[in-house]
Design a protein around this ligand. Sequence first.
Ligand code: ADP
Ligand code: MG
Length: 249
Amino acid sequence: MKNKVLSIKHLKKNYHDKKGEIKALEDINFDVYDKEFISIVGPSGCGKSTILSILSMLEKKSGGMFNFSENFTVGYMLQQDSLFFWRTILDNCLIGLEVTGKLNKESKQYVLNLLKTYGLYEFKDKYPSSLSGGMRQRVALIRTLAIKPDILLLDEPMSALDYQSRLAISDDIYKIIKNEGKTAIMVTHDIAEAISMSDRIIVLTKRPAKVKKIYDINLTNKSTPISNRKCKEFSTYYDTIWRDLDVHI
Ligand code: ADP
Ligand code: MG
């Protein structure tokens, strides 16, 4: 039996600014199970990032509810890598532990081990500017993992990268998340990226967002994101979701 770790029911969000009210989320409903990789896709500006902001408590919901399993902790990885240029790679990775008062010998060793495992150890004393965009995203992921979250929220983690790097880093990020046994919710506007990485895809309508469709992604010989793109079911999922995102929704 799959273990439910997050339940979202009738989640609603209205923003208020000088121009008035913006209805971002109308009615969002879905569950997430342990170690699942979920992608949220939808038209630009429909409210995808808003869902992650609410789940990570950066924004308040306007209605509905969401429930994580007891003691479930959340790690949020932003769209831009947002590393501090004046801190070394290691010091960037330790920041979450510092601000939560959890930096000690063991937690630092955990981060050093992550850097070793994922090929960044030799760069630990370097600064972000000397790393490629893909490497910086891996550092950002390790920084997020440092606090040992149970679930990772990823907001378009590859969108700032060129196409080649995006493919490579999607494999890296996927492997790290699977190796570390994490549950993940990733927001993306890239349908191929979503199909190649996810167990399920939540398709949203345009703003104010509702859940339009939920797809279980079943690929024959499913393995890493890059090779998943060659599975025979891939193009059917792509065409179907592409039609879901049509402007007429
Ligand atoms: P997406 O990530 O799908 O592109 P967002 O969740 O960022 O969309 O935004 C959804 C809508 O809410 C957009 O119209 C956006 O302009 C608006 N919005 C997002 N954040 C704020 C905010 N802090 N204040 C006012 N409006 C916002
Ligand atoms: Mg967004």
